[in-house]
Design a protein around this ligand. Sequence first.
Ligand code: ADP
Length: 448
Amino acid sequence: MSKKILIANRGEIALRALRACRELGLKTVSVYSEIDKDLKHLKFSDETVCIGPAIPAESYLNVPSILSAAELTEVDAIYPGYGFLAENPDFAEQCDKSGFKFIGPNSDTIRKMGDKITAKAFVSKFNIPIVPGYSDDLPEDDEQLKTIVNNIGYPVIIKATAGGGGRGMRIVEAEDELLSTIDITMQEAGNAFGNNKIYIEKFIENPRHIEVQIVGDGKGNAIHLGTRDCSMQRRHQKIIEEAPALDIDSQNLQNILDSCVNLCKEINYEGVGTLEFLYENKNFYFIEMNTRIQVEHPVTEMITGFDIVKAQLRIALDLGITLNQDEISFNGHAIECRINAEDPETLQPSPGVISKMHTAGGFGIRYDSHIYGGYYVPPFYDSLLAKIITQANTRKSAIKRMISALDEFFVEGIKTNQPLHQDILNDKKFIENEHTINYLEKEFLKLK
Ligand code: ADP
């Protein structure tokens, strides 16, 4: 293959994409912001282009600048990674219109899944259970509204259609708070997202976060790569992820997997994607679909041996998915810890120079990271520094391997959340897989 790919991202995912391109014999163009000139992957890229100043709006979100770089270097396709422009349908459309293949689904699919109400309505046509709720326009009459919500049953959650990143949501415990909470959420959503549309969902009180990885070739073939459990969260942000999700009702799970694959086949889904669910009392409730690679994709790769990033590239280059569903097997258990540059106590970002560091390694240990000794962690971007992934025959062995890997890993000069990971990995409830999405904040941190 003598095609050329532009990598429109930074940090660990840019390095991950570059490695996949090199293995496939693809040429690479890496774009970077002024402050990112020392990023690791730039040293291995065939060509590099500076696309603007550090501020994301002027570089990694600067569509004209990225498209100019693509034109200048005559690339065939653009790899978006996660974050930045990865789920921006207008960007996907502009890439394709400018003659550069956007590596991902088409812009219509990205747009449909990007709006939470249309996404829910859409997936429910495919036998995928959604959180019960109300998403039509609210009735003028307050009594009518109260009846609707009574039928859903308290507690409910009021969510902004345009919300994201865990923002734009409020819980209502009882009827006397309903009208005022709706008003506040609408006001806040109007201010924050320029759109005050809201919808109402049953609040699922103590669920786990379970997601399904899918891959489609854009021509009606699709497979799933099983599940992940991302219940260890803080402020709705995932901290530890695992594959597969354990202790899930097997019949319900099979139905969900079949429905997800069926949806992808029916809509000729192209690329990789993740359907996210809350899971409680053996029931799945769809919350959203991400039409891109996820940060936590390595845990799935480790148990399946399936290279998800290479699959993205192959599919975009019209080479299809190389395996059938019955050729995908699941081996053992994998865990990922996200090491972030942040103060473990205050959660504030901790940018600065890494004076000294040592990575983790050894049998069953994978380390995905762009950092090195002397590297300056800039304050402008996501705080993810490294992903440490361990794989072993059982969940408990994978946890032990992670404890050992984290003991070896160290970063000096800036603060990281490594101590938090070490505490969680030694926590009895985590070890027994008894935690839900509320556990870290509502129990674990309170006990500390
Ligand atoms: P965002 O796009 O902001 O991430 P999501 O709809 O994916 O929003 O929800 C983010 C998180 O909010 C979920 O992982 C869960 O913790 C919580 N959440 C969302 N909807 C509900 C619900 N109906 N019941 C309980 N928790 C919910």
